[in-house]
Design a binder for this molecule. Structure first.
Ligand SMILES: Nc1ncnc2c1ncn2[C@@H]1O[C@H](COP(=O)(O)OP(=O)(O)OP(=O)(O)O)[C@@H](O)[C@H]1O
Length: 209
């Protein structure tokens, strides 16, 4: 089902971050959000996820849809190990399944380590494994590859591309090539207040070329 953002308004301390924002998103596929720091992308994600409430307007099409959210920070639980951090989001606790996800992000050997024993890039990959393992209908990824070296980054991009094909994946990136590689649709943004200055459909463009 399509996701429709209708006249969304959200202000902080009198400063509008979302102002009468209207946006129609497809039911599935990858939409990359490309825009400068502070333009309001995270605020939009928080409103879609229901963590922040709009001042007015509506987000339609979220009824009954499960949301996975990979935040800019890893937000791992510090008192349990990497494998358990993935296991907590599985419908049925399953250590083997959690281990498979860790292997998919290249951390098969690190499952017993607590977040404090992992590097920033490793923690980010555990957070990515957790978001994909949850298997939501809407998957919000806020700069998911930021702390990664180029080779690992490519591997993680491929992982995101191949999983959850029936979900709507919304991905914030500051990397043009990454957006071109992953996206069915790229939204170029400015703000605050957040506005869409351009929409691009990379695969269509390739077909036209
Ligand atoms: N809880 C809050 N209280 C006050 N101001 C906020 C709050 N959250 C966001 N803002 C402000 O809203 C604006 C948009 O912030 P937001 O985090 O949504 O931007 P962003 O595009 O995700 O930026 P970045 O790429 O740096 O994460 C910024 O000016 C920010 O200071």
């Amino acid at each position: 089902m399509k996701l429709t953002i209708q006249d969304a308004c959200k202000s902080y301390e009198g400063r509008p971050v979302l102002e009468q924002l209207c946006l129609a998103l497809p039911g599935k596929g990858t939409v990359c959000l490309f825009g400068p720091s502070g333009c309001g992308k995270t605020t939009l994600f928080n409103c879609i996820a229901g963590l922040e409430k709009l001042d007015s307007g509506a987000i339609l099409g979220m009824e009954g849809r499960r949301v996975a959210y990979m935040f800019q920070e890893d937000r791992l639980l510090p008192w349990i190990n990497a494998r358990e951090n993935v296991e907590v989001v599985l419908r049925h606790a399953d250590e083997k399944q959690a281990q498979k996800w860790l292997e998919a992000v290249g951390l098969g050997e690190d499952g017993d380590k607590r977040p404090s024993e992992l590097s920033g890039g490793m923690r980010q990959r555990v957070a990515l494994a957790r978001a994909l393992a949850f298997g939501g209908d809407v998957i919000l990824l806020d700069e998911p590859f930021r702390a990664l070296d180029p080779k690992t980054r490519l591997r993680m991009e491929a992982l995101v591309q191949e999983h959850s094909r029936e979900a709507l994946k919304l991905l914030v990136t500051h990397d043009r090539e990454e957006a071109q590689f992953l996206a069915d649709q790229i939204l170029y943004l400015e703000g605050p207040p957040l506005r869409i200055v351009r929409r691009e459909f990379p695969s269509d463009r390739r077909n036209d070329a």
